[in-house]
Structures are given as structure tokens and as C-alpha cells.
Design a binder for this molecule. Sequence first.
Ligand code: GAP
Length: 441
Amino acid sequence: MNDQNLMEKIVSLAKRRGFIFPGSEIYGGLAGTYDYGPLGVVLKENIERLWLSMFRDDRDDMYGVDAAILMNPKIWEASGHVAGFSDPVVECEKCKKRFRADHLADVEKCPECEGALGSVRQFNMMFKTHAGATEDTSAIVYLRPETAGGIFTNFKNVVDSIHPKLPFGIAQIGKAFRNEIAPRDFIFRLRELSQMEVEYFVSPKEWKQAFEEWRKLMHLFAEAIGLPQSTVHELEVPAQDRAHYSKRTIDFEFDYPFGRKELWGLAYRTDFDLSAHANASNNDLSYLDEETKEKFVPHVIEPSLGVDRTMLAILTSAYREDAMGDDTRAYLALAPKIAPVKAMVSPLLKNKPELVAKAREVRAELKKAHSAIAWDDNGNIGKRYRRQDEIGTPFCITIDFDTLGETPELKGTVTLRHRDTGKQERLTVAEVAGRIRSAIE
Ligand code: GAP
């Protein structure tokens, strides 16, 4: 399968099976926006939940915030985004289409109509809107371009309310907005995106050690969501390509079907943000070490993970096709931990009330431990398995007449079918529950 073909199959599966829909679709769409459907939203929540447990809840040095998306515009002046959060743009003088200049390196003519390209200018990517009933410049607010802003501006609130000892971090998941010149590659480059960000505050002497610890955790997270190690690569970003606030950045790149591209970033933001906000807001954002009595502005390590790019990496690396029976089946080899549906329960025949009643009982039993246990009695059993394969359900459980005791020694047992191999085994319901539990944990 070539790479373009793979992307087409993923986009089509994502829509057909309720993972991801084009934004505003019935009105012809809106570039750079996508909506998560019933299965996509659960997959997204499972990714976010796993991130929350690994990056926040399993640690004693991490705290959460959920800051407002609309913030005082002075924040984005102080952070350097008003002046510098821009991409180079060129406009075709003939068709007036705009392109990212750095995406057209060595190209002299418009790729759409061969017209002459104008000169390169900087285009600020922050979305502007107006707060309140006036539309003059004094009412301008920006949609946040990164969730980080709401973390830095709550640093003092967290210190004053929780009194954490350095090093500690603040984690946040939320929407960010970027007026990308050329949104593209499905959910890779969006105008409305979700980020999972940590700002980890350290003494300036300890930044290197903290950087290495977060670097390792990011690799562990990649492993936990099922990305093969061989597809995730580190790129040490050279000084001229780093964001204005960073003294060191490692991009975590992933082998997407359209090339090796940035998945996540890890940056050493020094004391750039806290110092800038302290100066601009006239607030003391330093930290007093109670033991040494030293007072200083903490430095920051920032692991920043895009949820949508994570989702795309998961879908592309999980997509498989193999020969099964007489035809080819497509399935998603999702890690059971993040699969939106953990198991599907089904009566072999839906017109046999005794099978249906037993299957309902088995499902209710399994649901005590995991809510994401689906029910499917549509079509024949082969079709039900294929539907679950396509959405990445790791297990299917079928209740038949042997479950009811037609073969006395099999009474109470069910068929457990494994997604990746299609293999089936006969187990008790308690054993099935154990299999699901150990696969997820
Ligand atoms: N706070 C740091 C920050 O925002 P960034 O490298 O600009 O750094 C962090 O973005 C992550 O957010 C990226 O690694 C990527 O996962 C995601 N991201 C950035 N721009 C995106 C876009 N236009 N569409 C989807 N995800 C994006």
C-alpha cells in the first residue's frame, strides 16, 4: 500500500466508523477544522486520560489547571507572540492564493497557476476577536495560540494556594488556535487543535536533569499509546529554528504516511516567560527557597504534546490489512489501554431469546469492571467481528448453545476471539474478565 493510499484509507475509515468528521461538513466544511465523532471522542479521552495519569496524577510534583482560552491581550504581548508568532507568507500576484514561503523553498512560480509570487512577509497566526460590545482596537482579544500562557499566568496562584516545593510542574489540556496559512494533512496541521502541556519549574541549576527526565517520559508515553519505537525520532532543533523563548528544543518526530514530521516538542524555556510576565504585569513571580533562603525566577522545561497529531500517529501506525478467510480485512491494532471499545459481546443468533438473555447477563457482568463493553447482534457473526476489527476492539465474546449447556462440559464458557490473530478460545466469563483486565493494565 503506498502512503497516499494509506492516508486515504485512514481518512475514510475515520469518517465511516465515527472517529473523525470534517468540521462544518453539511455547509461545505471549514478548512483546518475537524470534529471528533462518537468513537473518536472516546479514543481522544483515553489518550488524554493516560497522559493525565503519567504526566500529572501518578506524580507528587504535578498540579493541574484549566485556564480560560480568552486572556488579557497583554499576556501575548509579554510572551512575544504579538510581535513574533508568525510564519512567512507569499501571495501569487495572479490567482491571489497565499502559501507558506518555507513550504515553497526553491519554487519561483505559483504551484497552482504558475503566476509570479510576490515578496515574502510575516503573517501573525493568532486569531483575533473582540471582547464585549465594542469592536475597536481596545477590545481586541486573542484566541490562545498555546495553552502554556494560562499556566505561566497562574504560577503565582498555584504557589500561593498549594505551596508546592520546587521542582514542580503545572499540567493542562485544552484547545489552542492558530491561523495556519496552509492547514493540511487531515488532523496534522489544524487551525483549532488540542494540546497537553506541562510547564515544569526548576532551579536554573537543575534544568538539564529535568530535561532528561521529561525526555524519557515522552518516550514512555509513546510506548504506552502503542507507537513503535522505530517510528519516533528525536531531532535536536538548531538555534535558528527554535522558538524565541527556547534555549534547547528536541522535536519528537513521527513517520507519518506523508513524511517524517513533528509529533511533539520538548523545550527549555529558561525563565523567559515568568520574567517577561513579572515585568509586564508588575508582579513578583520569583520563588523563595525556604531552606537556602535563595530567591530566584524558576526556569522551565516544557513537554508539549498535540492531541490531534498523537491521534493521527496512533491511527496510522495501528492500521493493518491482512487476508482472512476469502477476503482482505482491515483492522486497527490499537493498544487495549486506549481502544475506545474494550470488548464486544454478542449472542450467536439474535432470534434465540435464551442466547440473548445469557449474552446480556455476560455483558452486564463484564461492564462491572469496564464501561466500554459493546453489544452487537446485527448481521452474521463474521460481519460483527469485522466491524469491531475496524474500530480496534481487542476482544469479541460470543455466547452460543454450549454456553447454555448443550455440550455439558462447556456449560458457562464463552468464545473469546482475539482481534489481531482472529484466534478463538473457550473460557469462563471470569477468565475473560481477567484477560480484558490484564490487557488493559
Ligand atoms: N507551548 C509550546 C508550543 O505550543 P509548538 O511546537 O508550537 O509548541 C506544540 O506546539 C505541539 O502542538 C506540537 O508538537 C504539535 O503536536 C501540536 N501542534 C502545533 N501546531 C499544530 C497544528 N497547527 N495542528 C495540530 N497540532 C499542532
